[in-house]
Write a new protein. Structure first.
Length: 85
């Protein structure tokens, strides 16, 4: 594993913080949607559509920032360099 520069560390930290904010907003908004759905008629009918859709986006966000994941830019650069030699 290569050593990260200070700039790369700051960039990764910003990505991690962005994901944490996204997760917090997801939880808070979905709690509100659950309350609104229940308050509407005493049953859960629609909140999960928004939760699942947004959850897919949240998962996509996580996969895009996770180092050395299948969608990692660094991993792809290493693969291309290896295939180029």
């Amino acid at each position: 594993m290569k050593k990260l520069t200070d700039e790369q560390i700051i960039e990764q930290a910003n990505k991690n913080i962005s994901f944490k904010r996204h997760s917090l907003v997801y939880v808070l908004v979905n709690l509100l949607l659950i309350v609104l759905d229940w308050y509407d008629n005493g049953r859960f009918e629609w909140f999960y559509f928004a939760s699942v859709g947004w959850g897919i986006g949240l998962l996509s966000h996580y996969l895009s920032i996770k180092p050395n994941s299948i969608f990692s830019v660094e991993k792809e650069i290493e693969r291309l360099k290896k295939n180029n030699n």
